[in-house]
Design a protein around this ligand. Sequence first.
Ligand code: DC
Length: 231
Amino acid sequence: MTLPDTDSAERRRPLVVAIDGPAASGKSSTAKWVASELGFRHVDSGALYRAATAAALRAEPDPRRWTEDGVLAAAAIVTLVPGERSFEARLEGAPAEEELRGSAVTSAVSLVAKMPRVRAWVNDRVRAAAEGHAVVVDGRDMGTAVFPKARVKIFLVADPWERAKRRLLQRFERLPTEAEIAEETDALVRRDAKDEAQTQRASEAVLIDTTYLTQREQVERIVALARSVMR
Ligand code: DC
């Protein structure tokens, strides 16, 4: 009997580039850009946690009343729709980007992300999206729980102050004040603590500290790594 050669099977399947890291480390925007450079599709796993949370909020506005079964039942309205270069999480078939990024979802999503069967629900959808198409996936556990055999694994980190500053620049479209950055840094550190158990760095992941890198530099490094394994 010959055993399947899983390494060569992995080499034949479409490439998975897994990008993990804490909140506001630039994962999603970097992953999107990398996917477009490589001609892959981008899958944002955090958007699925956010979509399940938004669906739960529509069904029951008080998170204290949520149960895992209730959240899973509410999440039946979530679909992950493929586009040219990405997948979009929709609610009842309609785009809901603003709702997904809003403060109600942001403050309740960590609760949902701790539910094991919700994690399995997200992971099934992310893996299905990667069937038959090369992908760049981003989240907290893409290189560990979801794609342990991904051939490119990246873990992005950045100083909390810098992450807070980038997030506010994006939100306000102006330079934030020191006080604003300090307040946002506190909020980010609190979120990091809530998500800590779910944020896993694969031992073989390439660590990229983006504190002093431009986004173009981060993208170039990841694209170069992916191209080196595609040869
Ligand atoms: O990356 P984000 O802020 O959109 O993530 C939203 C939430 O989902 C956050 O609480 C972390 C969680 N998450 C997770 O636990 N595992 C993932 N693979 C992706 C996100």
